[in-house]
Ligand binder design. Sequence first.
Ligand code: CP
Length: 309
Amino acid sequence: MSQLSVKHLLGIKDLTKEDIALILATAKNFKEVINRPIKKVPSLRDITIANVFFENSTRTRLSFELAQKRLSADVINFSSSSSSVKKGETLLDTVNNILAMKVDMIVMRHSSVGAPHFLARHIQANIVNAGDGTHEHPTQALLDSFSIQESLGQVEGKKVCIFGDILHSRVALSNIYALKKQNAEVMVCGPNTLLPRYLKDLGVKVELDLRKALQWCDVANVLRIQLERQTIKYFPSLREYSLYYGINKEILDSLNKEILIMHPGPINRGIELTSDVADSSHSVILDQVENGVAVRMAVLYLLAGGVKN
Ligand code: CP
């Protein structure tokens, strides 16, 4: 198989196991390319891509832009804070005006759940979801799987625990879909108030005790507390959260086992992870960022190639 089953990458939920395997295998080739002295290939030379960001981003936006440039695409960047959205222009009008400039593909981050799915019903260009509210962040989950595969040889059969604010996390939901589709075992760990009720329907284990969860897993994917999405208080204070759910070197050393520490960023150092864990030999956090470029190159390249018939 050399083509995806989807026209857009809206979420991992829509991908098949074969789609995920194809993206990860293609990313492996692109990782080799971006580590060469000449890091560019002409694969998307005639394609124009717009990065349309309605929400802040460091890693995703820069990594998509770099991926596009490595593939020789033409790139334009849109940020809502400096745009005519401030004058009342709608999402659809904004995107249709960008497409009128002969743009072929839209990479979009939006704070509203389902914004890219709405666009997909109204426009012809390929859409890549770069994060929609608390819903999905598919390329983050793909780069996380790529990083697990790279470090541990395979995703299948691995025990992966996602720690922290699961309720507000698009990274958590996309990872759960991606890991389950690849036959990994998945657990979530955090305060009860930050664990959504639908988790058991997804076949995910739930553990409230940080030490028990760390003892169980091969991979700890640690999330930050998304205070900007919380409208009520879910725990008494960040200090208390850190006391019960912060991972520090003393806890890791007491486990006496190999464990992979991952984090999608941005890290709130001293809250969910101490610096001596984030920067330790267990951590593959910066490898995840490097892999993000290769994985996004793979997604853009495969979407540009069309849908499997
Ligand atoms: N992981 C991630 O989405 O980071 P940014 O918000 O910086 O893009």
